[in-house]
Design a protein around this ligand. Sequence first.
Ligand code: SF4
Length: 154
Amino acid sequence: MRYLSCANSYSRTVSGLRAYCGVTAGTASETVRRLVRRGLLERRPSDTDRRRIRLDLTSKARAMLRRDPADGLASVLSTFAQPQLTVLASVLEEAANVLAKQQGKTVFGTCRNCRYFQAAGAQVPWEQRPACALMRVALHRTELGALCMRFESR
Ligand code: SF4
């Protein structure tokens, strides 16, 4: 559920969950089925491709995540200065990428460090929203910091 709460809408899928957790497709599908049965997940058609199914956390799941023990760490980190957090995030992302590549796993990352990221107005001056050159879609600002399974480092 932590992964699904941090992943962008293109990566909140069974295959995204499978790749992130390093489990088989069968295990990921069964996990999703159980979470849906428990009222923690909803399956919805993707906004950009109706054939793809996006997984969204329910309000019940979000309430559970608000009691997540990992929040203690997040709370401590929130007291750090932004430059320190930026360096820490960058080091951890790079380390995770190297480890994923060494193990032949999918590399996850966020838009601002991705080779497909186009800042607002970068290609088309009147385009006011950032965009993804890979999927050819405008990106919502809320998704720029979310994990993406199609990420490729610059
Ligand atoms: S720019 Fe990169 S990280 Fe962002 S949605 Fe596109 S592929 Fe994913």
